[in-house]
Design a protein around this ligand. Structure first.
Ligand code: FAD
Length: 456
C-alpha cells in the first residue's frame, strides 16, 4: 500500500495520554512552538491516564523526586486557578499509617526527602498541639510540610475510622486529589486552540534520522508525516516506539488494580484523607480457605505475608458516597500487548487487607455493592521507579515516559521539562537526573538501589 504525506510538523508527539498532551501543551505555551502534532489512534486520555487514582503528593524518599513533584503540583495549582477550578483540586493530604510507635526510619526518610525544601516536619506528641486536622477544600491556604502524630488521643479524635492499634500517623500536607481527565481536557483545548493538531493514527514506523518520517496507520489507510523532532510519550508502549528508533529503553510494565464502589455503610468518613497502611500483613482466612488458596499456585501468594501500601480514600465531593481502594502489590512485569491481567480475586483481597485499618470495611467482604468497579492499568516504570524525561540517544528524539504511578501528579512537570529539552532550553538541575544520563552516575544509581522506591 502506498502512503501519502499528510503534512509536516516541527514536533510530532506520539501518544495523547497525560504525558503527551502535557508535552504538547508546554511546547505551545512555554516554547511557542506552534506546529505540533499529537498522534494517537485512541481517544485522548483513554489508556493508562483513564485509570489513575488522581492523587498527588510531594512526599518521596529522595529530594530529586520531591523537587519534580513539587514543580508538578505548582503547575497543577496554576492551571486550577487559570481554569476557574476545573481541576477540582483538593488538599486533604496523605495519611501514612503504622502500628509502630517509634518509626524513626520513616521520620528519617521525611527529613531526607524534604531536604533543601521549606517543608517543616512537625512532631506532635501532645493532643493539645496546634495541629490542623485534614480539610480537603479549599486547597489554597492548606498547611505545607508534614505533621507526625504520635499521640493516641489526637489520632483517635482526628481519624475515628482507623483501628485502635494505629500508633503513628504521618500527615503529608501538600497532597490530595485532582481531576486528571479535566486536566487533560483543559490542556488539549488550549493546544488545539493554538494551532496544534491531533491525528487519530498509530505510528508504526519511524525513519532513523531527523527529519523523521513517521508512518501512520488508521482505519482510513496509511499516511506519513515528516517531523524535525519526535517525542515518545507512548505510555506502556514507549519501549515499542523506542525500538522503532533502534533503542532499547530500560522500562517494564507492571499491572496494578483498584476497586471503586458506593460506601452504603458509611465505613469511610468523607473527610478522611487518602490513607496508606504502611504495614505489611498476612491476610486472615478460615482454615478451609487458606488450604484451598495454598494449593493453587496462582493464589498461593495470598496466604503469605504481603507488602504494605494498601490505600483507601473517599472519591468525589464531600456529599458523595463512593470510595476507592488500591494495593500495588503486584511486582511481575507483563506484556501490555496481551489482554489485561485483571485478577478476579483482587476485590476480595484488597477489602480484606484494607479492613485491617478501617474495620468497618469488613462489612463488604463477599458483599461488594452492585455497580462496584474493578479496573487496572500499567505502571510503566524503570527499575528505580524514576521517570525518563529528556533526550533519547537518537538526535532529535525525546521521551516523556516511565511515569509509573505518579503520571497524573507529575504530568505538568513532565510536559514542561520535556518541552524545554525539545526547545534546547535550560532545565532545572534536578531534571538532569530524570533523563537517561542518570545511568552514567554510578553514585546515584548505587544509592537508588538501596532506597525505597516510593511506589504506591
Ligand atoms: C491503577 C493506577 C492508578 C494510578 N493512580 C495514580 C495516581 O493516583 N496519581 C498519579 O499521579 N498517577 C497515577 N497513576 C499513574 C498515571 O495514571 C500514569 O502514570 C499516566 O497516566 C501515564 O500517562 P502516559 O501519558 O505516559 O500514558 P498513557 O495514558 O497510557 O498514554 C499513552 C498513549 O500513547 C498511545 N500510543 C501508544 N503507542 C502508540 C503509537 N505507536 N502510536 C500512537 N500512539 C501510541 C496510547 O494509545 C495511549 O493513548 C496510576 C496508574 C494506574 C495504572
Amino acid at each position: 500500500m502506498s502512503s501519502k504525506i499528510s503534512g509536516t510538523a516541527d514536533v510530532a508527539v506520539i501518544g495523547a495520554g497525560c504525558a503527551g498532551i502535557a508535552a504538547a501543551y508546554y511546547l505551545v505555551k512555554d516554547q511557542q512552538i506552534r506546529n505540533v502534532v499529537l498522534i494517537d489512534p485512541r481517544d485522548p486520555m483513554s489508556l493508562t491516564s483513564a485509570q489513575s487514582g488522581e492523587n498527588y503528593r510531594n512526599w518521596w524518599p529522595h529530594p530529586i523526586m520531591t523537587a519534580f513533584t513539587e514543580h508538578g503540583i505548582s503547575l497543577l495549582e496554576q492551571i486550577d486557578l487559570e481554569s476557574g477550578g476545573r481541576l477540582n483540586m483538593t488538599r486533604g493530604g496523605y495519611s501514612l499509617v503504622t502500628r509502630r510507635s517509634t518509626p524513626e526510619d520513616l521520620i528519617h526518610d521525611l527529613y531526607r526527602g524534604y531536604e533543601g525544601t521549606a517543608a517543616a516536619v512537625r512532631i506532635r506528641h501532645s493532643a493539645s498541639s496546634d495541629y490542623r486536622p485534614p480539610c480537603r477544600t479549599p486547597w489554597s491556604g492548606a498547611p505545607d510540610g508534614v505533621d507526625v502524630l504520635l499521640n493516641q488521643d489526637l489520632i483517635r479524635k482526628t481519624f475515628p475510622s482507623y483501628a485502635n492499634d494505629v500508633a503513628t500517623v504521618i500527615h503529608i500536607r501538600r497532597a490530595g486529589s485532582i481531576s486528571a481527565q479535566q486536566l487533560g481536557q483543559f490542556m488539549l483545548e488550549e493546544i488545539l486552540g493554538n494551532g496544534a493538531r491531533l491525528i487519530r493514527s498509530e505510528v508504526v514506523r519511524i525513519s532513523a534520522h531527523s527529519p523523521f518520517t513517521l508512518e501512520l496507520a488508521s482505519a482510513n489507510g496509511a499516511t506519513e508525516i515528516r517531523a524535525d523532532r519526535v517525542v515518545n510519550a507512548a505510555g506502556p508502549f514507549v519501549r515499542d516506539v523506542g525500538a522503532m528508533l533502534g533503542e532499547d529503553l530500560p522500562v517494564k510494565c507492571v499491572y496494578q488494580q483498584k476497586i471503586a464502589f458506593q460506601d452504603r455503610e458509611g465505613a469511610i468518613p468523607r473527610d478522611m484523607p487518602f490513607t496508606i497502611d504502611l504495614d505489611g500483613q498476612t491476610l486472615a482466612w478460615s482454615d478451609e480457605d487458606r488450604d484451598l488458596l495454598a494449593s493453587d499456585p496462582s493464589a498461593r501468594h495470598l496466604v503469605k505475608p504481603m507488602n504494605g501500601g494498601i490505600h483507601c480514600r473517599p472519591d468525589g465531593n464531600a456529599d458523595g458516597t463512593w470510595i476507592k481502594l488500591g494495593w500495588a502489590y503486584n511486582e511481575t512485569a507483563t506484556d501490555p500487548r496481551q489482554e489485561d491481567p485483571l485478577d478476579p480475586q483482587f476485590p476480595d483481597t484488597v477489602l480484606r487487607g484494607a479492613s485491617r485499618l478501617n474495620p468497618a470495611l469488613a462489612a463488604y467482604i463477599g458483599r461488594l455493592p452492585r455497580g462496584a468497579h474493578h479496573y487496572g492499568g500499567y505502571y510503566t516504570m524503570t527499575e528505580e521507579n524514576w521517570p525518563l524525561i529528556g533526550k533519547m540517544k537518537t538526535d532529535g528524539a525525546f521521551i516523556a515516559g516511565a511515569l509509573s504511578g505518579f503520571g497524573s501528579m507529575a504530568a505538568c512537570s513532565t510536559g514542561a521539562l520535556c518541552a524545554a529539552w525539545v526547545a534546547g532550553k535550560s532545565v532545572p538541575e534536578y531534571a538532569r537526573s530524570l533523563c537517561s544520563d542518570r545511568y552514567a552516575d554510578q553514585a546515584l544509581m548505587t544509592r537508588l538501589a538501596v532506597l525505597s522506591k516510593g511506589r504506591l
